[in-house]
Design a protein around this ligand. Sequence first.
Ligand code: ADP
Length: 648
Amino acid sequence: MDVIFIVREKCNGCYACVRNCPVKAIRVKEGVAEVMDERCIACGICISICAAGAIQARSDIGIVWQLLGEHTPIIAILSSAFPAAFPEVQPRQMVAALKKMGFNEVMETAFGAELVCREYGRLVRGNEGKPILSSTCPAVVSFIEKFHPELISNIAPIVSPMVAMGRIIKWQYNPEAKVVFIGPCVGKKVESEDENVAGVIDAVLTFPELKEMLAMRGITPVSEEEEQFSGPTPYLGRLFSVPGGLPKIAGISEDLLLNDAVVAEGIDRTINCLRELAQGKIRTRFMDLFFCQGCIGGPEIDNDMSLCRRREIIVNYTSEGANPARTESDVEKYAGIDLSRRFANRYTELPAPSEGEISNVLGQINKLRTEDQFNCGACGYSTCRELAIAVCQGVAESEMCWPYLVEKLQSTQDDLLQAEKLTSLGQMAASIAHEINNPLAGVLIYTKLLSKKVAGGTFVQEEALGYLSKMESELSRSSKIIRNLLDFARQTEPLLRLVDINQILEQALSLVSHQAQLQNIEVVKEFTPSLPKVMADFDQLQQVFTNLALNAIQSMPDGGKVTIRSSVVDSEIKVDVQDTGCGIPKQHLPRLFTPFFTTKEKGKGVGLGLAVVHGIIERHKGRVKVKSEVGKGTTFSVYLGVYGDEKG
Ligand code: ADP
């Protein structure tokens, strides 16, 4: 399983990882980020910046529980940064806590640093050639192997303190034992599996993983008694996690005038140093490089203490109870351990696209002209050109360009609207044909019957009158449909004059009152007196309120109440037509104002009433809103702008 991986379901496509990854090791496919193992240097930055928690490191908790459950001795080795990660815990209380969890012994990796740093001292002091690079930061080593293989021969061929400690245990101290390293860095998980040093570290826990395990067992290190570390005793090696620690332990001079050693911390500074070194611009004897601010600034230390405070804690711990003579004798004891290692060239190249290919992508995202290249960085790349190159290399997608995406969405929306319009138009044409064709077919049949009877001499006046009356009703139905259609589609502007809405409402109600009475419906008028006047077409508004009132009445076949309310709301006139009828199902709401949408049985409705209402109110620059609950009733609210003040 890969050490750093992305949980697809959690990735929200914000590209923060693409933006922050120092080596562009994140590929985006179908909008979701993916780690490219061949480029990833396991610096852990992406994990800390992913707000969605989609980028995660492999947890070794399961493996460690399993090891703890076996009968083989198991030894925890604590990174020298541990006092800074657990400031509230006395360092030796952690020994007791880990033993309680099941470890047989707890050792300090700082002793590995004692041996390793002495090796550095020998190497650097004898160096008359090219600058030597430290190999203690796994992310730096990975970076050189993957991006600057020409510098591999500069890397000190010395293992890290973690591997040194692993070798001390597995090759001399207790070859049977399993070794678990606990530290501040995800990169150590990758390093422990590197074929050039593998086999001495069985699992790597980060400090947060350790906290999780302690919590799972209910162990609180602060309440434990202090216990001694076992194994060889470190002294200055405890300073290893502090920037400048390695040269200090190794006795390498940091005298500025001698230019013997350069300490570079932080990603940008380190990458710049390495680039300039590759260009032959740096001549120092030794470069101590970290991607973090030393191991005490490692990404897996989850407290918010300053680096100064962390440094102080480490320094205090180093001096406290130090026994340099014992350290010297332990160093002698393990002097035979081979601390050498090799490195591998892991360089992989992404294809270099041609100018034509880059222009193609820039054209596709409408960024061909320099003035269109905003270089906004929203895609995760610093410039539009960098994004275009990444698209050509297959590690990014054009849709990562936000301005392009917005344009694309806009045009897709326009296309959808156009398609929707065409569909509605088609539906409307079909409905009109259907509505008008039926009565016409009826008329045609009666005409044919009549002419047959006249031609055959079987003409009976009464029968003919019956046919004519049926033809008249069919034709008047067609004519009504056409009139409604014209109302709906009427392009002529309303005939505007100052009108009193209450008067229009009275008029409309008088037209429907008979129908209401027949259906046992109570009509309640709640008119606000002396409403401000409105500039409107009297007849058209009357049609609006008649249609709404008729619909309200038709929704209450078994009686009920219709309330017509006029009021002034936020300098608009509001008219509510409220009924206690059947209500409108949610799924019908979006289609209510579409021509020919009806749920009424044939002959009772053709579905033009609300379309006409909508058309008229829109031409009056007003709005119609509807609220409805099935089984409880419906309220249509019409809003119209007021003309002038209350005095008109
Ligand atoms: P029609 O009345 O000819 O069906 P409308 O456009 O006036 O056409 O109304 C369309 C549909 O809206 C109606 O068929 C009905 O389903 C629904 N509707 C309109 N007003 C109401 C109301 N007050 N209560 C319940 N349903 C309504």
